[in-house]
Structure formats: structure tokens, C-alpha cells
Design a protein. Structure first.
Ligand code: PRX
Length: 653
């Protein structure tokens, strides 16, 4: 691509080699793009191996900086304050543009509001908002004064919200009254009030909210009550002058809860300098963002994609972006294409689920629009199947766009394996090559690193600036989850690499294709959901004895949720019980996690040591009926269970 930051593979290879061989020089060059109150003196100090001391990751030591300063003040001082930061598009026909000057003023005022609530450096603020401009504003206001934000996706239930607020000990919660999602009103106030009640009643959590600040977005959610403080009223009384808190490199920036294979969601911790450099550098190179471009990421700021590629990466680059409150299919399946033409969007970043869903309506929708401003089409969150990749490239990109299948995780802070537009020749289904500084290693079942074309566990050999620094309040879980890999016989096969939890394949050209999780995490429409969380939610149903959950292939969502539930003696799996079980998950986690199918399990298939044989359940969920395709079933305690499960699978719903 003419004029791209990296315009061919020779240049990519040279930069990539330098990033590994001379990291000080490489990151020295890259970090020139930022404002540092004090420059770093030591690039990093890292220990991945727990036998040599606590796992610890530090980058850009000795520096002082601030992400909000880099995202706002720096651009305004450079005379770019009148540039558009956000073209906000509402769920229906509302829209509004916000300049960098306007966002700066809102951020400073809200930072002062937070201070007036007693928030100071190191305190946590919970944010539970829809995609209104106040969401990135609240995040940047926290960053400005050194408060740690913990954004909870607006689709989570009251229980899930309460447990996250209690875990991170947030005393202030920022929310909205209500919001329309397509044609449905989501009453956030009701959810927040329920979460507040749950917290007050939970003696064990021993935590309560002092302040609930409410953005008045949709009055249909009902009037504000005594415990709610209107955002506008607080902002009206706040000064627009708020000095920046200069942060040390490893001062916490945010917590973001994500699902793992066991236990409750974990608060992934990202810190200041490394995350800033990683989110902004990956944004610039992976989207080939150039001044004047208009970029649009359809993610919600409640997930890591919205953190790194709406609030931080683009803003630090001074980008102009679309901020979208709605859903891609409302009011028609042409919504995205209309917005792209309206703002002449150059980079569009979405999830394979959205592509597959739009694809199902037919190519006449994208074909009916010009879309000629598009240069880069990004994909994130789950594997993109070659069919969807080709449709995206042909009907949206008109064969003229670079398709960026970006592989990364909440924990990685930003892109890890991804094409660079203009440089990387593409292959459908491949996330292609590692970004600068990323050194993947594929391990075999014995933990041995493999060469050349191969398949196995995807690990990363050395630290990169955007890597998570810990799990909030749980160093042991952090070390066990990300730095120790065990085989089926529970022997440790790796202890000095970052374990991604994904499997992958590498071809003869050194291209990576991510094939899916190796742990019990399900990826539904790009949303990561732990089976353990789902099972613990289902077990809240009063007549549930035991539940096991697996994923099964779904044409739009990628994976869908299938639950096997054992009920108390004498209870039948009627359609009402199936509905009630789904409702339990909605209220414990959120509607997006409700199982797609539930079937009765007289018992669960287990090994003699009591381990659930999920492999068998996955086959049944995928519709396999021939037991010879189930693999080795010799370790099952009671083989007759398989026939009973297959019989009951006919009534799954
Ligand atoms: O399994 C991988 C999948 O999503 C997981 C990370 O989920 P989360 O932390 O919620 O972050 C999602 C947004 C970055 C990964 O472990 N995943 C993400 N991107 C891809 C992917 N799988 C295949 N291809 C991708 N491009």
C-alpha cells in the first residue's frame, strides 16, 4: 500500500528483527512519539519463572507520564484542539460531533467531580455505561488523576456488577439511566439499584458504594432517585481546570475483569507506560492510521477492544473516530455501510460474528453503498472463518482493502499477531505474523518448542510492553494461570513462558492461524465466558444437582453454549425448567451468556478420579451420535451414561 508506515515485508522483517535483537534501540525509537514528563532509563525488568522469585513485569522504568495528557493536552498544545475526536452515532437517528477541545473540557470537569467525591490516585472507580461519549470521558478522567478504572460491560447483570464492584472495592459508580439497544430499552438504573442492594446485603463482601453518578440518557428508565446524582448537575458545578497527576511507569491504569477456566472472573491489571506505548503503537501500525483518517471500531468500551482501540490507542494518536451506541443490524442491516459512507470511514474494525451476521442478510446491503473510503478492515475476538473473511474482503473491501485479522487478548493489552496493511501478504483464516517485540513459541504436548510448520500450544517467550502485570489481589493465580502449563497427567511442562490459553498452527511461511482455546473457556460472539462461571450460575437453580457446560459450533456466533444439567430426583426437564435455567444465567451473569441449548443429564460422564469428560459432552453437543467418534472412552466410570445422554440430546432446547 503506497505510503503505509511499513510498506513491504523486507521492512517488516528488518523492524521485527530489530525489535527482538536491539529492544532498547527499537523501543527508544517508538517511545519518541509520546510525551514523557520524565524519560525512562531502563527498558524492562522481567521474571517469568516463579522458581526464581515472584513473576514480575516492569517496563520503561524511571519514567513519568500520563495517558490522558498524551490523549488530549498534547494534541491541543499542537494546535489540533478543533479536530474531531468523536463522531457519535446514537442507536437511532441522533448524532453529534465532539472536538478534542470539548472532550478535554469534559475530562477535566469530570476528573474534578471525581476528586470532589474523594477519589484520589490509586482509588478505583467502577464504570457501567452504554456507548455514550461520557464512557471514554470517564475513563480518561480517571487516568488524568491517577484513579484506576474498572469498566463493567453494560450487558452484565446486577449480580455480576456487584461482584466486580466488591472485588475491586470501587466506592464510586458511573452509570446511565437507560439506553435503547436496537428496539429494546435497557434499564441500567434498575440493574445498578439491584447491585447496590446485593452489596448492602452481602456481609462477607463488606463493601458498599458511596456514590452513584448517573448520565441521563433515556428517561424512559424512570426518574432518578435519592441515591442517584445526575452527571450534568455535577459537571455544571465543576471547574474545567484539572492538573495532571504524573504517574510512574508501573502505576495501575485499569482493571478489567475477564473469564478464566476456573473460579470467578479475574481482574486483569494494566499499568501506565507499557500499556500506553503498546496500545498506541499497535493502533498506528496495524490500522496504518494517518492524520485525517476516520477510524471506526464497533466494540464496546466494556471489553478490552474498546479500551485499547477506542479510548486509548486512537486518542493517543489524535485520531478522529466514530463512536457507535447502536447495533450493526438496527434499524436495517445497512446501518454500518451507511455510517461508513456518512463519515468516509477509512478503517473499520469489528468482530467475525458481526461479519457473519451481516453476511446472512446478503451482499446487496454493502453493495448498495460506495464504501470507497475504506482502506483497512479489521477483525477481532474470535477466529474468522475463510468464508466470512472472503465475503468481508470482496463485498465490503471490494478487493481493495487490507484485511487485518488481529489476534490478542485482554491480558495482552493490544495486538500480538496481525497483518500490517500494505506489508503482509494475506491468507484467509490466518492472523499472519507477530507484531514487533512479540516472540511466539509453539509447544508440543511435552512442552517442547517446535520449529517450522507445526501445531500446538501458543505461548510467548518474552515480555512485551502491553502485557498484563497481574490479577488484582491474587499473585498466585496470576502465576499459575499464565506462567505454568500442565499436561493431562498434571505434570508441569512449561514455567518460563506466557501461556496464552490458545492453540495454533504455523504454516511453512511462518504464518499463524489461531485454532481456539485449550482451556474451558467458550468464545460466544467474541465474548469470552468461563464454563466454571456458567456452571456455578446454573447450580443456583433450586433443583439443579450438577451442571456441565461446553461450547458447540454456531454459524453466526462462532460458538454457542450447551448445558447438561442433572436435576433432583423426581424433577423433569420440561420447557419451563429449561426456561428457568436460562433465566438463572441471565440474572447471575447477563443475557449474552444464556445457554443456547439445555439438555437433561441423568448423570455426567466422569473418570474414576471424578473429572467430567468434557470431550464426550462436546461431541454430543456438536450433534455426533456415533460413539466410535467419541475417542477413548475406556476411563468412564459408567459407559451406559453415554446412551442415555444421546437419547436426552434429542430434547435439548
Ligand atoms: O481465543 C482467543 C480469541 O479471544 C480470546 C481473547 O478474548 P478476550 O480477552 O475477551 O479478548 C478479545 C479481544 C482481543 C483469545 O484467547 N481471539 C481473539 N482474537 C482472535 C481470537 N481467536 C482467533 N483469531 C483472532 N483474531
Amino acid at each position: 500500500m503506497a505510503g503505509a508506515y511499513v510498506s513491504n515485508m523486507a521492512q517488516y522483517n528488518k523492524m521485527y528483527r530489530q525489535s527482538l535483537d536491539e529492544p532498547e534501540k527499537f523501543w527508544g525509537m517508538m517511545s519518541k512519539d509520546f510525551y514523557w514528563k520524565e524519560m525512562w532509563h531502563t527498558l524492562n525488568e522481567v521474571n517469568f519463572d516463579y522458581t526464581k522469585g515472584p513473576v514480575s513485569i516492569k517496563w520503561f522504568l524511571g519514567s513519568k507520564t500520563n495517558l490522558a495528557y498524551n490523549a488530549l493536552d498534547r494534541h491541543i498544545e499542537a494546535g489540533k484542539g478543533d479536530n474531531i475526536a468523536f463522531y457519535w452515532e446514537g442507536n437511532d437517528d441522533e448524532s453529534r460531533a465532539y472536538t478534542y477541545n470539548e472532550v478535554y473540557e469534559m475530562v477535566c470537569k469530570f476528573a474534578n467531580v471525581l476528586k470532589s467525591k474523594g477519589i484520589k490516585k490509586g482509588d478505583t472507580v467502577a464504570i457501567y455505561l452504554p456507548m455514550v461519549v461520557e464512557l471514554p470521558v470517564a475513563m480518561l478522567a480517571c487516568a488524568r488523576i491517577g484513579a484506576v478504572h474498572s469498566v463493567v460491560f453494560g450487558g452484565f447483570s446486577a449480580d455480576a456488577l456487584a461482584s466486580r464492584v466488591a472485588d475491586c472495592k470501587a466506592r464510586v459508580l458511573v452509570t446511565a439511566d437507560g439506553v435503547m439497544r436496537a428496539k429494546k430499552l435497557v434499564n441500567l438504573l434498575d440493574i445498578v439499584d439491584n447491585a447496590d442492594k446485593i452489596l448492602k446485603a452481602d456481609k462477607e463482601a463488606n463493601h458498599k458504594l458511596d456514590s452513584i453518578i448517573v448520565v441521563e440518557r433515556n428517561s424512559k428508565a424512570g426518574p432518578l432517585k435519592e441515591q442517584h446524582e445526575p452527571w450534568n448537575k455535577l459537571m455544571a458545578g465543576a471547574s474545567a481546570d484539572c492538573p495532571v497527576e504524573w504517574m510512574d511507569a508501573e502505576d495501575p491504569l485499569f482493571l478489567l475483569y475477564t473469564s478464566g477456566s476456573t473460579g470467578k472472573p479475574k481482574g486483569v491489571l494494566h499499568t501506565t507506560a507499557g500499556y500506553m506505548v503498546w496500545s498506541a503503537t499497535t493502533f498506528k501500525y496495524v490500522f496504518d492510521y494517518r492524520p485525517g483518517d476516520v477510524y471506526w471500531c464497533t466494540a464496546d468500551c466494556g471489553w478490552i477492544t474498546g479500551h485499547s482501540y477506542i479510548t486509548y490507542g486512537p486518542m493517543i494518536n489524535g485520531a478522529t473516530q466514530v463512536l457507535f451506541e447502536g447495533v450493526p443490524t438496527h434499524p436495517t442491516p445497512a446501518r454500518c455501510w451507511e455510517i461508513i459512507d456518512k463519515y468516509k470511514v477509512n478503517q473499520f474494525y469489528t468482530a467475525p460474528t458481526a461479519v457473519r451476521s451481516l453476511m446472512s442478510f446478503g451482499e446487496q446491503y454493502p453493495e448498495g453503498h460506495s464504501l470507497k473510503s475504506l482502506r483497512v478492515l479489521g477483525s477481532v475476538g474470535e477466529p474468522i472463518n475463510p468464508e466470512a473473511w472472503r465475503w468481508y474482503s470482496k463485498h465490503v473491501g471490494r478487493g481493495q482493502c487490507s484485511i487485518s485479522d488481529t489476534w490478542w487478548q485482554t491480558e495482552t493489552g493490544g495486538h500480538m499477531i496481525t497483518p500490517l496493511p500494505g506489508a503482509t501478504p494475506q491468507k484467509p483464516g490466518f492472523a499472519t505474523k507477530p507484531f514487533f517485540g512479540v516472540e511466539p513459541a509453539i509447544l508440543d504436548p511435552d512442552g517442547k518448542e517446535q520449529d517450522g510448520a507445526c501445531a500446538g500450544y501458543l505461548t510467548i517467550k518474552r515480555s512485551w510492553p502491553g502485557q498484563l502485570r497481574g490479577i488484582y489481589g491474587d499473585q498466585e493465580r496470576f502465576e499459575k494461570t499464565y506462567f505454568q502449563l500442565f499436561n493431562g497427567a498434571n505434570e508441569m511442562i512449561s514455567k518460563d513462558k506466557y501461556i496464552t490459553g490458545d492453540a495454533c498452527r504455523r504454516d511453512k511461511d511462518g504464518y499463524y492461524c489461531i485454532t481456539g482455546r485449550i482451556d474451558d473457556v467458550i468464545n460466544v460472539s467474541g465474548h469470552r465466558i468461563g464454563t466454571a462461571e456458567l456452571e456455578s450460575a446454573l447450580s443456583q437453580f433450586e433443583h439443579c444437582v450438577e451442571a456441565a457446560v461446553v461450547g458447540f459450533p454456531h454459524p453466526i456466533k462462532g460458538e454457542a453454549i450447551y448445558a447438561f444439567v442433572t436435576l433432583e430426583q423426581g424433577y423433569e426437564m420440561t420447557p419451563e425448567v429449561q426456561k428457568a435455567l436460562k433465566q438463572v444465567v441471565r440474572s447471575e451473569i447477563g443475557a449474552f451468556a444464556a445457554p443456547d441449548k439445555i439438555q437433561f443429564a441423568p448423570a455426567l460422564p466422569k473418570t474414576r478420579s471424578g473429572k467430567i469428560m468434557r470431550r464426550i459432552l462436546r461431541r454430543i453437543a456438536a450433534g455426533v451420535t456415533d460413539v466410535s467418534e467419541f475417542g477413548d472412552i475406556s476411563t468412564i466410570t459408567d459407559p451406559s451414561i453415554i446412551d442415555e445422554l444421546l437419547e436426552n440430546a434429542k430434547h435439548a432446547s
